[in-house]
Ligand binder design. Structure first.
Ligand code: ZN
Length: 372
């Protein structure tokens, strides 16, 4: 019998994903993300947030106040919409480096009170700005609550012209718009959105992949890569910034209606997605893990690779392994009992897998594409 020869090609993800290893300290830290209920309940009480309403003014004052309570000194950017004055609120968290990551969500609404669109994104900004505040990071972070999104990205266009004038260095722009699930729907997925059209599309894909990997590693939500459209990243895409965004996967039939209310927003998936956004920001801003008040672990070169006979584990004796597909299904698991061990994986060909390794409190993870 002629033996069939299998060719395996191992594509270890690029540097940006390769550095993402599961870290127990991060997993503990993100447990501080709070329940969204109180924030969204208040957001709903503030009323309709269209240009010219008292609701949008009260929402601005409230976001300004709760940001001050976190210790920020909000930067207020005013701009005009016809006769109305609208306001972007910006919170600067300084890093070692001037280059900054923008994390943005709009707070204006259309027709309704906008609990999902976009109280949920505002909740994420509030939690992220709270939990990143005291950490030491390499990159600076600017958290922005935009106004005028529903009028055609007015706040974000205004902001882009401001950063150009002031020569603010932007590494990434991450947009958070509609992150809640929908009550009664299947809410186990989130879209990670990338720019797939412009000269920055490769950079945008790398950024989006990094965010999607963080969500896979630390939450029970499954990321799905999608395309950026109809939100505040558009002015940034137009000006060749590197963008990404998160957007809920489940359809939400109530947006831009009077029924965009707390009772229709699923809160558990929102909390999980905010945890995923927080891990992404810890990773992208290069936060110092020692600040997470647990021991810093050194990154280990993970000796996992493919051969003709299967998946090879080298110098990993004593580790437990799990081979997981992108839907989170465990395809194979076991214990590594030898210094050089091969696990047959022929039945798992042609798919992307994540290998989790753990021994005591040490966790590592590696994403591998299997082709043959
Ligand atoms: Zn929106």
């Amino acid at each position: 019998m002629k033996k069939k020869i299998y060719f395996f090609f191992l594509l270890i993800s690029s540097i940006i994903t390769n550095a993402q290893v599961y870290n127990q300290q991060v997993a503990e830290y993100i447990k501080q993300v709070e329940s969204p209920y109180n924030f969204l309940n208040k957001f709903e009480q503030l009323g309709i947030k269209m240009s010219g309403t008292s609701g949008i003014d009260s929402t601005y004052l409230w976001l300004n106040k709760i940001s001050k309570n976190l210790g920020y000194n909000p930067i207020i950017n005013k701009f005009k919409n016809g006769g109305d004055s609208l306001v972007n609120i910006e919170l600067l968290k300084k890093g070692d480096n001037d280059s900054c990551i923008l994390v943005c969500a709009h707070y204006d609404s259309w027709v309704g009170k906008g609990v999902n669109d976009n109280g949920t994104g505002c909740f994420a900004i509030y939690q992220l700005s709270k939990l990143m505040k005291s950490l030491k990071t390499k990159y600076s972070i600017r958290f922005i609550y935009f106004s005028g999104e529903e009028l055609g990205y007015k706040g974000s266009y205004h902001y882009v012209s401001k950063i150009k004038t002031n020569n603010i260095k932007v590494k990434y722009m991450i947009n958070l718009d509609q992150l809640g699930g929908t009550v009664g729907e299947n809410n186990h997925k989130v879209y990670c959105e990338r720019d797939n059209k412009t000269s920055m599309k490769n950079e945008s894909m790398k950024l989006t992949t990094a965010i999607s990997n963080c969500i896979s590693l630390y939450t029970n939500i499954t990321p799905e890569i999608g395309e950026a459209y109809l939100s505040d990243y558009i002015p940034f895409i137009d000006s060749a910034y590197v963008i990404s965004g998160l957007y809920q996967y489940a359809t939400y039939p109530y947006n831009h209606t009077a029924d965009d209310l707390l009772k229709n927003v699923e809160l558990n998936s929102l909390k999980e997605i905010v945890k995923g956004a927080l891990t992404s920001l810890l990773f992208l801003s290069d936060a110092d893990n020692s600040d997470l008040s647990l021991n810093k672990e050194t990154h280990k070169e993970i000796n996992v690779y493919l051969s003709e006979n299967g998946m090879c584990f080298k110098d990993l004796e004593g580790y437990n392994y799990e081979i997981i597909d992108m839907l989170g299904k465990v395809l194979k698991k076991g214990n590594i009992s030898e210094n050089y061990q091969i696990i047959p994986i022929k039945s798992m060909h042609n798919r992307i897998c994540i290998i989790h390794l753990n021994k005591g409190l040490k966790y590592y993870s590696k994403k591998i594409f299997l082709h043959y």
